[in-house]
Design a protein around this ligand. Structure first.
Ligand code: SF4
Length: 370
């Protein structure tokens, strides 16, 4: 826990007082216990005047319209644009973080764009985005802001997508996922040792979130595992992870194996070879998972969707661009009629590989300018 100067914030939820006078944050399994003037490991929640505050409400590190495949979600409104944003801070400390400039930010001044929930939803509608992604850093730590935006979005027919590491308590996840329609959950490895050494977290808590999503919600979710050479890319670990997904979540949960690029505190490692991603995909498919993808590399066959009934290629992808569509209007294989799980429309979106940064405060009708 870190001491802090007085900061602005809104009242946070999910905390309680302890008998020793400290207060405990109940948002994530770190359960930070704070004395007056301290903030938690995520840096953006802290205690001031005997209550918990969230200091990043209404302030974002940036907005961008992306293809939904970039989240990655391959079975949820394919080809459509999604307005993506994040704030600052994180509740994990991954040494390989691919967004470390945001997640490790201690200077809250980098939260440039002031945006109310209404501003964000208006920007989503103006950019023809079908969904909003709470991403770049984890919506778990900006839960009150994410939920406020998601409520307005749902009223206006915009869907909500959480991109999360799933490191969240039972109490907080219930609130978060009530407002989410889809999610991509990072399953960073399949060993407690990895989570402990590289992320200072616990694998068991993430597995619990995944089982909860499957068992108790209607949230569509896909899983991403970033394969890091020498750390989590062994065949035995990939097999164990795939078997766990198969057994606990079922064969229809899409699994993405994505390539690591040297970043943050792991600059000394090589990028993941494409052959490793292909090996992992082959293992997961052999275990029985029906939809396994490779990511962060150019691999048209590894990024395409195939019918589990007849093997027909149903959705072809060239990076994030859809170049083949062989689904019926009801989301079934045109060849054999097998239903493909997910959310599909009669035809795919045509957003392609674009990436469109936008500034909310420059949008017409924005509530705040800076
Ligand atoms: S969200 Fe997690 S890391 Fe942040 S204060 Fe709460 S328990 Fe600590």
């Amino acid at each position: 826990m870190i001491g802090w100067e007085r900061l602005e914030g809104i009242a946070a939820r999910h905390w309680h007082e302890l008998e020793d006078g400290r207060i405990q944050c109940d948002v994530c399994p770190r359960y930070c216990k704070l004395s007056e003037g301290q903030r938690g490991l995520c840096f953006v929640r802290g205690r001031q005047d005997d209550r918990m505050l969230l200091t990043t409400y209404g302030r974002s590190s940036g907005f961008c319209v992306d293809p939904i495949e970039k989240k990655p979600l391959n079975h949820y409104l394919p080809g459509t644009p999604i307005l993506s944003f994040g704030t600052a801070g994180c509740n994990l400390t991954c040494k390989f973080c691919q967004n470390w400039d945001i997640s490790k930010a201690r200077d809250l001044d980098r939260l440039q764009d002031v945006a109310t929930p209404q501003d964000i939803v208006r920007a989503a509608i103006a950019s023809h985005s079908r969904s909003i992604a709470y991403t770049y850093n984890d919506p778990v730590i900006f839960l009150e802001y994410a939920v406020a935006v998601a409520k307005v979005a749902r009223e206006r027919g915009i869907r909500n997508v959480a991109v999360t590491a799933g490191y969240v308590t039972a109490q907080a996840r219930e609130e978060l996922f009530t407002w989410m329609d889809a999610a991509n959950v990072d399953l960073k490895a399949f060993s407690e040792e990895f989570y402990k050494r590289l992320c200072t977290g616990r694998l068991a808590a993430v597995l619990e979130t995944l089982e909860y999503l499957r068992r108790e919600t209607k949230v569509w979710f896909e899983i991403t595992t970033l394969l890091i050479p020498g750390f989590n890319d062994g065949a035995a670990e990939v097999k164990a992870l795939s078997e766990w997904v198969m057994t606990k979540l079922g064969p229809d949960v899409p699994l993405h194996f994505t390539a690591f690029h040297p970043d943050y505190k792991m600059m000394n490692l090589p990028p993941t070879p494409r052959a490793t991603l292909t090996m992992a995909r082959d293992i997961a498919r052999a275990v029985g998972l029906r939809f396994v993808y490779t990511g962060n590399v150019n691999d048209e066959s590894g990024q395409s969707t195939y019918c589990p009934g007849c093997g027909e290629r149903l959705i072809g992808r060239d990076w994030y661009k859809i170049n083949l569509w062989r689904l019926t209007g009801a989301g079934c294989c045109v060849n054999c009629g097998t239903a493909i799980p997910g959310l599909f429309e009669p035809s795919p979106g045509r957003f392609g590989r674009q990436r469109l940064p936008i500034r909310i405060s420059d949008q017409p009708h924005a509530s705040a300018k800076r």
